[in-house]
Design a binder for this molecule. Structure first.
Ligand code: CS2
Length: 496
């Protein structure tokens, strides 16, 4: 195997030698038309590829400026040394495929590149600002849906609106500059995160932030700026040395920032782009009037069971999703959870084959080549549990239907917060509320009822009304007891 360290770096000048690894040799470098906030692996394996394909199919100036919001100059510099190029390594049961993506033209790191970013955002050629900033990047108050005023980043941005660091702060400052510019044309804001009604949720956060600094600006944003919702789907793990080695071997060049992903991908987008958009519909994206049914199906069926697998696996000792789903009892649990508890809560178009969707998900989880780590999915549970699991549980309670498996999933998250697996192996808890959650979990000293009471009091996760529902408390307590008495693996087997 080639050692990546000894190879020349991937750059645009070597593209002629890589014709079998690009989507098409016909390529014209586009001007930047999209600024993307959150230039992580997901965007690079999903929207960036669709955008490159759309430009190949129909042209357009839709080059991407990617922005890291965590001050990650290492990532910026690695990608800029490659002039924005990187490879996507699709790993499936049938083998792997390496594609070099060209749509990314520039990478900026906030807060260092403040002036460059605001220069871009003021450029009328930039017609879309898209986002994958994870749930916590929205700085959203879980109780009201407005911007979270107790978030220190938000407090900073309200005090220094011209030097913002948070997503709502950056968007409001940029939109203000667009409103005040000669032509006064805004960009479209495109949320691509796993939040229910992500466009509407972002619009509320942005407008509520704007209202605190300039009421007229808030009115202008509400009237003029489009925030279409989207459902994005592709399983994209974190990069490891395995991808660097694969790329070195297949390309003969060194890529410091390749992205692994599964072959499957899906993108459903609400078609509201007053300033135009790439021809994503020409390359497989579904442009629809209402994304809600797709979004809820994906959040509840995929992300809900992903989180379930992740927490049960952290306790039971499965490192990756494919190892977890290869366990027959776990497979049975997830199959039954989707079929009996989640699917009945969805309102789907007649053409949507929910059993087929379930089976495709189980096959995607079983992909042995992806090695999607459960610890990665287990991060940020306080942000992920409400849309992925609690909304489904509320629907089940409202319908008077049982939800023992969904309760087991929430109980597994609560138990996970003790910081060690059933065999005592310790792990880190990565969550914006980690300190509070760990302290609450520790205060219960392993006692299921105390653990439940302590965590149900966290209003950023559990709405008061749900926390008080007797059906929820009974099911949760039963599941916590089962996990405490038997450990996760036997609890899963007992659920059959
Ligand atoms: C995962 C998602 O990390 C997670 O929480 O559930 O990133 C999941 O892989 C994607 O949403 C799939 O589209």
């Amino acid at each position: 195997m080639s050692s990546p360290a000894n190879l020349p770096r991937l750059t645009r000048s070597v593209l002629p030698a890589l014709q079998t690894h690009v989507l098409s040799p016909r390529w014209r470098e586009p001007a930047i038309g999209i600024v993307h906030l959150g230039i992580g692996n997901f965007h690079r394996a999903h929207q960036a590829l669709y955008t490159e394909e759309a430009m190949l199919a129909a042209g357009g100036e839709w080059g991407i400026c990617g922005v890291t919001l965590q001050g990650d100059v290492g990532k910026r510099d690695a990608l800029m040394e490659q002039q924005g190029l990187y490879s996507v390594v699709e790993r499936g049961p049938g083998g792997e495929r390496v594609t070099v993506v060209r749509a990314l033209r520039e990478v900026l790191a906030m807060p260092h590149d403040h002036a460059a970013l605001f220069g871009r955002l003021a450029d009328p050629l930039v017609r879309i600002v898209s986002l994958t900033v994870t749930e916590k990047g929205y700085c959203r108050d879980a109780k009201t849906g407005d911007v979270a005023l107790d978030d220190p980043g938000v407090a900073h941005d309200l005090a220094h609106p011209l030097a913002p660091r948070t997503v709502p702060g950056i968007l409001v400052a940029a939109l203000r500059a667009r409103r005040d510019a000669a032509d006064g044309q805004p960009f479209t804001v495109l949320s691509c995160d796993n939040l229910a009604h992500n466009g509407a949720a972002l619009r509320q956060v942005v407008c509520s932030f704007a209202r605190r600094v300039d009421a007229a600006l808030a009115d202008w944003i509400a009237a003029e700026v489009a925030f279409p919702s989207t459902m994005v789907d592709r399983i994209v793990p974190a990069t490891t040395d395995a991808e660097r080695a694969t790329v070195a071997e297949q390309l003969g060049y060194r890529d410091a920032a390749p992205v692994p992903c599964e072959p499957f991908r899906q993108w459903v987008i609400e078609d509201r782009f007053p300033a135009g958009r790439p021809a994503w519909d020409a390359v497989g994206a579904q442009l629809v009037d209402d994304v809600t049914p797709f979004e809820l199906a994906k959040l509840r069926m995929l992300n809900g069971t992903h989180s379930t697998l992740a927490y049960l696996s952290m306790l039971g000792g499965f490192a990756t999703i494919d190892a977890a789903i290869a366990d027959p009892a776990m497979h049975k649990l997830i199959h039954a959870m989707m079929t009996q508890e989640i699917a009945p809560t969805l309102t789907l178009p007649a053409s949507f084959d929910v059993a087929g969707y379930r089976d495709a998900l189980l096959a995607r989880y079983a992909n042995p080549a992806l090695k999607h780590r459960c610890a990665q999915i287990a991060m940020d549970g306080s942000q992920k549990i409400p849309p992925r699991l609690l909304a489904t549980i509320e629907a089940r309670i409202d319908a008077g239907q049982p939800f023992a498996r969904l309760a087991l999933a929430v109980a597994a998250w609560m138990t996970f917060l003790r910081g060690h697996a059933d065999d005592g192996t310790r792990y880190e808890i990565s969550d914006p509320l980690a300190d509070e959650l760990k302290a609450l979990a520790a205060s219960a000293q392993g006692e299921p009822q105390a653990l439940m009471n302590a965590l149900l009091s966290v209003r950023d996760v559990f709405p008061a009304q749900l926390a008080a529902r007797p059906e929820f408390r009974t099911a949760l307590q039963g599941a916590l007891q089962l996990l405490r008495k038997n450990g996760a693996r036997r609890a899963v087997a007992a659920m059959q």
